[in-house]
Design a protein around this ligand. Sequence first.
Ligand SMILES: [Zn+2]
Length: 456
Amino acid sequence: MTARRLGGSTARVLLAALALLQACTPKPKDRIALVGGNVISGAGDPVLRDAVIVVHQGRIETVAPREGFEIPSTAEEVDVTGSWILPGLVDGHAHIERWALSRYVIAGVTTVRDVHGEQDSILALREEANLGGLVAPRVYSAGAMIDGPPATYPSATEVATPDSARRAVDSRAVADVDYIKTYIHVTPALFRPLIDEANTFSIKVTAHLGLTDALTASQLGVAAIEHLSGVPEAASPKPDKFYAEHRAGFFRGWTYFEKSWATLDSAALARVAQTLAERKVVLIPTLVLHETFSRLDDPAILSHPDLRTIPDDQLQRWNLPEMIARAGWTANDYPAFRASRANQDLFLREFRAAGGRIVAGTDAINQMLVPGWSLHTELELLVAAGLTPQDAIETATRNAAQLLGADSLGVIQPGKVADLMILGSNPLTDIRNTRTVQRVMVRGQLYNADSLKAGL
Ligand SMILES: [Zn+2]
């Protein structure tokens, strides 16, 4: 029916009724206003107390003091009075699987930097997560890592010649990976063509080093180094012994590398730290990995409450006793690993003092590294190593966003993506308070942490 077929007065009455109806029907809510929280922007600003954050279409529209601010009428108001609002955290070193995704979100981790998986399945999972259909963090991925001969894992791509190194980079560029990850058997002779090819696509290379020391890798153009790998090799007067162990097997190399820290000269470590900082290499130290594996003889680690968030079948797949048997570790090894931790912390302090950039990462979902909560432990360990809580938070927010080349992440400012976590207590006075997660927002979608937990 159209108004033209009606008499003029009937049409007028209908139009008036319609106008009245529109006036009475509340406009649909198209915004969320978080009201009353204390905002830690992640950009180094002072805390904005009693603030309002308005979120619209997945982005932060406004950050303002509550007093005198008129909340838009189309905003759904959420009272978060007295809470602490931070950018969502980024796990800078992860290996994701589907079961882990919602667990990251529950812990306030809204972005993960995946650094190796089966190439097809990991990139498919990245797409699925990033389309927003799952309760999942944003996912960045290297696809499958590149290793020299012999490849340590069958899921990695083995390259033995400069040509094959270039081809491995090309195939990853076609698959649209976010960066390239190399593994322990990549030698300087393979790094050269690999990085040259990656540069033609403007793809960054990040390395878990073994047969190349950290200073050589930085000279060749590696953008980031995982696990502090290659540092002892660069600081030791006898690097050849390391390379022999890396060639003898993954755990042989790791064990020798891990124990070596206690023997290294502090001036040599400081020189390496200084040079890496000057060359703007980003370090993802994964202290939680070093710390956890140094305490596998400690009942407190084996019964850590965070482990209760891991599904039983995954605990079985981790099969810790089998891993320890494979590594060949005995009771004498753990005190030796623990003796190395002080020099790892010292090295990080030197690197930081020289202006180096650190990114928090965990190596979850490897054994004992709990997706989400292990990143909070990493922040505690970074503070124990000498960072302030503010600096530690930035390793998991702004620094990580810069490493990913994603300037819309990692800070709470108008125009940035709406990825936030809402805490019950102030993490600047005690870094352990990052664990007091009440609500999490990813892509503008607000979740209650307890409800998500209940749904696991
Ligand atoms: Zn890893």
